[in-house]
Design a protein around this ligand. Structure first.
Ligand code: SAM
Length: 295
């Protein structure tokens, strides 16, 4: 058996690979490569992989996380947008027969079909990634809204975004992203990561967050799209009251009395701010507004 090569995620090996292939990291693609094996171990551990699990990685870079996933999971599919990294990955992952690298933009690819093709036979699939920060939210929302068959999503993201995803009602970080993520998942902050564990170092600190997919949403809504419209409207102007935000979006100037009656029936004070409403209250409000509109 050939001797296992040293891990990619060390400053020395990363620099050697990048230099030999003449790669300059592109800030526009969020290229910050991980060089810390302890952080990688935390990410991989949080995903609870085993030989029956598949891992979907978004943005493998030069393969630092991918090789750890290849060791821990049954199969790995890694989607990378940057063509320059394909020959690098072919070299760094040559020892792992269970990895498939797919070239493309994760936001544009048919993920369900790709999962069926490349991760067939896996009992469950986890998304595990050190995400490019410029597209974190669109990527997470695509994974959730397409209702992909995932067990969990473990991602390194900007610390502030992780805090918003996990925020509880009433806190300053709570907003439409918290409601959207918590409608589909149970979030858990795994660890905070300093910016020193990347090459090049990003400006901000990061966090690893684990999103365990719910079997069912925690609330029943008449219409999902409309529910999220109401949530967006409630946070449209954060300094405005819930009543004023609802008035602007759903009732118009003349509708204040009607709106007050509706909120009173739901036992929701129009003077509250959107950030104090629980998901259950948003569902109650959205359902009432939906039935009123349907008329
Ligand atoms: N996984 C590597 C690591 O941890 O060292 C690299 C992570 S780096 C933060 C993000 C990676 O995502 C880069 O390799 C970048 O080229 C890739 N990327 C950026 N936008 C992407 C997109 N829309 N679709 C797929 N990959 C993308």
């Amino acid at each position: 058996m050939s001797e296992q090569r040293p891990d990619i995620a060390t400053p020395k090996r990363t620099q050697e690979i990048v230099r030999r292939h003449g790669i300059t990291m592109k800030k526009s693609l969020g290229q910050n490569f991980l060089i810390d094996r302890n952080v990688l171990a935390k990410i991989v551990g949080a995903a609870e992989l085993d030989a029956n699990r598949g891992a979907l990685e978004i943005g493998p870079g030069i393969g630092a996380l991918t090789e750890q996933l290849a060791r821990a999971a049954g199969k790995v599919m890694a989607i990378e947008i940057d063509q320059r990294l394909l020959p690098v990955l072919a070299e760094t992952l040559a020892d792992y027969g269970n990895v498939k690298v797919v070239h493309g933009d994760v936001l544009k690819l048919p993920l369900r079909e790709l999962m069926e093709k490349e991760l067939s036979g896996c009992e469950e699939v986890s998304v595990v990634a050190n995400l490019p920060y410029y597209v974190t939210t669109p990527i997470i929302m695509k994974l959730l809204e397409e209702k992909l068959p995932l067990a969990n999503i473990v991602v390194m993201i900007q610390k502030e975004v992780a805090e918003r995803m996990a925020a509880a009602p009433g806190s300053k970080d709570y907003g439409s992203l918290s409601v959207a993520v918590q409608y589909y998942c149970v979030p858990e902050l795994v660890t905070i990561v300093p910016h020193t564990v990347f090459i090049p170092q990003p400006q901000v600190d990061s966090a690893v967050i684990r999103l365990a997919l719910r079997a069912q949403p925690p609330v029943e809504v008449e219409d999902e799209k409309f529910f999220f419209e109401v949530v967006q409207a409630a946070f449209a102007q954060r300094r405005k009251t819930l009543g004023n935000n609802m008035l602007a979006r759903f009732f118009g100037k003349e509708g204040r009395d009607e709106m007050n009656r509706l909120l009173e029936e739901l036992a929701i004070d129009p003077g509250r701010r959107g950030e104090t409403l629980s998901i259950a209250e948003f569902a109650k409000l959205a359902n009432a507004l939906y039935l009123r509109q349907k008329g």
